[in-house]
Design a protein around this ligand. Structure first.
Ligand code: MOS
Length: 737
C-alpha cells in the first residue's frame, strides 16, 4: 500500500467537509421545503395534574390551520417496543400531566407561522396536583432503580467489608458532591419530517440511531420494520440527546397520518430543554480511606439521582460504576438510588455516569491526597490496578501510567508547589489540578457492504450515523487502505435504514463497531479480486501465492506484473464486485474488561477579589487504542474537554421550584463555553492499541475526554484558592463564599 492509499492514522480532512461548509449537507429539517405542512407542539404549563379540556376552537378556525391533535382525537398507538430507545411518554395517549413543558397538543397548519400563531391561542384547563419539583428534602422517597444500570450493571455492589476497613483506616475523607441538571444543546435542534404512503412510513430525522428509530416507529404504529424508512445523512451533534427516539419523532408521524400530509416538526431551542432528555441532578456521597503510604483501603460511593415520574419513564445515571473499577482497593461499596420528580425524562449525556461520577471520585482522590500530604499523581500511581475487580477480568489494555507520565511531563507538573495559594501570576492565584479519566470501550455487532466498481470507485454502505465526529471519513480511510485506493475514491453511504444494520451511535462505540465491518467487507472484496487475478489468463498468475499479491492504485499487483481492476471486472462482465459482512466482537473480548483511560491536567487562574475562574492551560493524555484519523480524533478530544470545562464552570439548568419549569431554557441563560473561555488544549495520543476489541486496535474516544475534566478543574481551583467546591458548576459566588 502506498502512503496515499493507507491514510490510517493521518490527519486527513473530513471527506464531507466541503459539503458542509458549502451548505450542501442536508440535515433532517432541510429535506422538504415544498409539499409539506408544519406541526407545532403545545406544552403544559403545570407540572402535575390532569387535563380537563383543551379548547382549540379559535385555533382550528384560524387561516391555514389543518387540525389540532390532542389526546381526544389522537390515534391510539401500540405498546412501545421493548427497546431502550423507545420513549413512550408523552404521546397524547392520556390526559395525565407529569411535568411542566409536556407536549399536550399538536397544531398542524400550512405554514410554520400559522401553526405557531394558532398554537398560542390554545386554552387548556387543568386539575393541578401537588408536584415534586426538586429532589431537595425528598430523601424519604429514595428508591432503587427498577432495572440494571445501562441494562447490564448491578445497581449496588459490595466487595470486602467497607465499614470495618474504613473504621480502622488511619487516613480518610468523607464528602458529598453535587451535580446539576445539564442540557446537551447540540447545534442542530431535533427535527423530523414524516411522510406516509399507505401503510408505509418514511421519516427524515435527526438521530444517533436510525435503527432504533425504525424499530420504535414500527412498534408504535404496528408496522413491519421494513415498512418504516429512516433517513439521516447528517447530524449536527447529539451528545446523547438523539440516542433515544424521543416523542416528537413519533408525534410527527402521528400528525402526518392524522392530516394525511407530509409533516415537518422542528423542535425550538426552548423545547430542546423539555423534549429530549438532560443529564439528571445527582448527589453523591463519597468516603475514601488509605494507609499512610496512600494505598486505598476502603471506598464507598453512594449516588442519589433525580429521575422522572414512573409514568414518564426511568433513567438511572450510573454515577458509581467508575468507582468500582478505577483503582486497586480491597473494600468497595457502591449504590444508586432514585428520587422521582415531576420533570421530563433525563437521559445519557456525554460520559453518562462517568462524567458526573468522576467529579465525585476524582475530587475525593484529590482531597485524600491533601489529607495524606501526598502528590495527587503519586497517589493515583500507588493505586494502579491491571484487572477490573468489579468484573473479575483483566483489562484488555491499560496504559494509564503512561498517560499520567506523558501528561504530567508535557504540563510541567513538577513545577507545581503543593500548598494552596502558593502559586501566583501577577494578582491571579494559579492552580494546577489533575484527574483520571476512564470510559468503557464498547463494541456491538455491525454490518457493512463494500463494492468495487469497474472504474475503481469504492462504495461503502452501512446504516450507521455520523454525528459530526468524522464517521464518513474514517469509514472511507479504512476501505481505502484495504483496497489500495485513495480515500477520495471512496463513496460512503450511511444514515439510511435500508442499508446494512449498525448500532446506535452512543456509548462511544461507532468506530469500534462499524470500522471492523467496513474493514472485513473490504478485505472480502480484496480477496475476491485476488481470486479473480489468480485465475486470470496468462501463466504467470496461475502459480502465484496469494500472499505475494497486493492491491494498489486500481490494480492487483503481483511480483512481476499487475492486472487492472477495470480489466479484471470487465473480463468477468461484472459492473462491480461487492461483499457484505456482519462483524461481531470476538468471544475472547468478553473475557476482558475493556476500557479506555487517560489523564487530565488543568491550570486555572482565579481572581482573588472576584472569584472568577479562567482555565489557562490544558494537557490531556488519552489511551485511544489506535488513531484512525489524527484530525477527527483530536477534534473529539478537544470537544470532550470543552464539554468538561462547560460542566465544571458554567452549565446548569435551573428549575423554577414553584412551577417545575426549567427556567433558563435558552442558550443565552444556559451558559456554555465560547472560544474566549477555552485555552490552548494539548492532547496527547497514547497509542498502545487494543487488539482484543478490534483488529484495528481502536478505542472509542467520544466520551473519554469529558470524564475527569470537571474534577481536574475543581482540584485546580482548590490548589489556587484553598477552597474545595463540591457543587457544580464552580461559580464565582461559590469561590468567594
Ligand atoms: Mo452518548 S451520551 O452514549 O450518546
Amino acid at each position: 500500500m502506498s502512503e496515499q492509499t493507507n491514510t490510517i492514522g493521518h490527519a486527513i480532512d473530513r471527506v464531507d467537509g466541503r459539503l458542509k461548509v458549502m451548505g450542501h449537507a442536508k440535515y433532517a429539517a432541510e429535506f422538504a421545503n415544498t409539499d409539506v405542512v408544519h406541526a407545532v407542539l403545545v406544552q403544559s404549563t403545570i407540572a402535575a395534574g390532569t387535563i380537563l379540556a383543551i379548547d382549540a376552537l379559535v385555533a382550528r378556525s384560524m387561516p391555514g390551520v389543518i387540525d389540532v391533535i390532542t389526546a381526544e382525537n389522537a390515534e391510539k398507538l401500540h405498546k412501545a417496543p421493548e427497546i431502550q430507545q423507545a420513549i413512550s411518554f408523552p404521546l397524547l395517549q392520556s390526559n395525565e400531566v407529569l411535568f411542566n413543558g409536556q407536549h399536550i397538543a399538536i397544531v398542524v397548519a400550512d405554514s410554520l407561522q400559522q401553526a405557531q400563531e394558532a398554537a398560542a391561542t390554545v386554552v387548556v384547563r387543568y386539575r393541578p396536583q401537588d408536584a415534586v419539583t426538586s429532589m431537595e428534602g425528598r430523601d424519604g422517597d429514595q428508591r432503587k432503580p427498577s432495572k440494571k444500570l445501562n441494562g447490564k450493571f448491578e445497581i449496588d455492589s459490595a466487595t470486602g467489608d467497607f465499614s470495618s476497613a474504613f473504621e480502622a483506616a488511619p487516613v480518610k475523607i468523607s464528602a458529598t458532591y453535587k451535580t446539576p441538571v445539564e442540557h446537551h444543546n447540540p447545534m442542530e435542534p431535533h427535527a423530523t419530517i414524516a411522510a406516509w404512503s399507505g401503510d408505509k412510513l418514511k421519516v427524515w430525522t435527526a438521530t444517533q440511531g436510525i435503527s432504533g428509530t425504525q424499530q420504535t416507529l414500527a412498534g408504535f404504529f404496528g408496522l413491519a420494520e421494513n415498512d418504516v424508512t429512516v433517513i439521516c445523512p447528517f447530524v449536527g451533534g447529539g451528545f446523547g440527546s438523539k440516542g433515544n427516539t424521543w416523542t416528537p419523532v413519533t408525534l410527527a408521524a402521528m400528525a402526518a397520518r392524522h392530516v394525511k400530509r407530509r409533516v415537518k416538526l422542528e423542535i425550538t431551542r426552548e423545547q430542546m430543554f423539555f423534549s429530549n432528555g438532560y443529564r439528571p441532578q445527582t448527589r453523591q456521597a463519597l468516603k475514601l480511606a488509605a494507609d499512610r503510604d496512600g494505598k486505598l483501603l476502603a471506598l464507598r460511593h453512594d449516588g442519589v439521582i433525580a429521575t422522572a415520574m414512573p409514568g414518564a419513564g426511568e433513567f438511572a445515571e450510573p454515577v458509581a460504576l467508575i468507582s468500582r473499577m478505577l483503582y486497586a482497593c480491597p473494600n468497595i461499596s457502591t449504590s444508586h438510588r432514585l428520587i422521582d420528580i415531576n420533570q421530563s425524562l433525563p437521559t445519557y449525556m456525554r460520559g453518562p455516569g462517568e462524567a458526573s461520577g468522576s467529579f465525585a471520585l476524582e475530587s475525593g482522590m484529590d482531597e485524600l491526597a491533601v489529607a495524606l500530604d501526598m502528590d495527587p499523581v503519586a497517589l493515583r500511581m500507588r493505586n494502579l490496578i491491571d484487572s477490573d475487580a468489579s468484573e473479575g477480568k483483566p483489562f484488555a489494555s491499560k496504559p494509564l501510567a503512561e498517560c499520567y507520565t506523558k501528561a504530567a511531563e508535557a504540563f510541567g507538573w513538577s513545577r507545581r508547589t503543593p500548598a494552596p495559594r502558593s502559586m501566583k501570576n501577577g494578582r491571579m492565584l494559579v492552580g494546577m489540578g489533575m484527574a483520571t479519566t476512564s470510559y468503557p470501550t464498547n463494541r456491538m455487532k455491525a454490518s457493512a457492504e463494500v463494492a468495487m466498481l469497474q472504474d475503481g470507485t469504492v462504495i461503502v454502505r452501512c446504516g450507521t450515523q455520523d454525528l459530526g465526529t468524522g464517521t464518513y471519513t474514517t469509514m472511507a480511510q479504512v476501505a481505502a487502505a484495504e483496497l489500495g485506493v485513495s480515500p477520495d475514491r471512496v463513496r460512503v453511504e450511511l444514515g439510511d435504514s435500508r442499508l446494512p444494520k449498525a448500532p446506535v451511535s452512543g456509548g462511544s462505540m461507532t468506530t469500534a463497531s462499524v470500522l471492523p465491518a467496513v474493514q472485513e467487507a473490504a478485505t472480502a472484496v480484496r480477496e475476491a479480486l485476488f481470486d479473480m487475478a489468480l485465475k486470470a489468463k496468462g501463466d504467470q498468475w496461475h502459480n502465484l501465492d496469494r500472499t505475494a499479491l497486493t492491491l494498489d492504485n486500481g490494480a492487483v499487483v503481483g511480483p512481476n506484473s499487475q492486472l487492472g481492476i477495470t480489466d479484471l471486472l470487465a473480463q468477468a462482465s461484472l459492473p462491480s464486485l461487492s461483499r457484505k459482512v456482519e462483524a461481531t466482537p470476538s468471544d475472547e473480548a468478553d473475557t476482558f474488561s475493556r476500557h479506555a483511560f487517560g489523564a487530565q491536567f488543568a491550570e486555572v487562574h482565579v481572581d482573588p477579589d472576584f472569584g472568577t475562574v479562567r482555565v489557562k492551560r490544558w494537557v490531556g493524555a488519552f489511551d485511544v487504542g489506535r488513531v484512525i484519523n489524527a484530525k477527527t480524533a483530536r477534534s473529539q478530544l478537544i470537544g470532550g474537554i470543552v464539554f468538561g470545562i462547560g460542566m465544571a464552570l458554567m452549565e446548569e439548568t435551573r428549575t423554577d421550584r414553584a412551577s417545575g419549569r426549567f427556567a433558563n431554557a435558552n442558550i443565552a441563560d444556559y451558559l456554555i463555553p465560547v472560544s474566549a473561555d477555552i485555552p490552548d488544549i494539548n492532547t496527547i495520543f497514547v497509542e498502545t492499541g487494543d487488539p482484543i476489541t478490534t483488529r484495528l486496535g481502536v478505542k472509542g474516544i467520544g466520551e473519554l475526554p469529558t470524564v475527569g475534566a470537571a474534577a481536574a478543574i475543581a482540584n485546580a481551583v482548590y490548589h489556587a484558592t484553598g477552597k474545595r467546591i463540591r457543587d457544580l458548576p464552580i461559580r464565582l459566588d461559590k469561590v468567594m463564599a
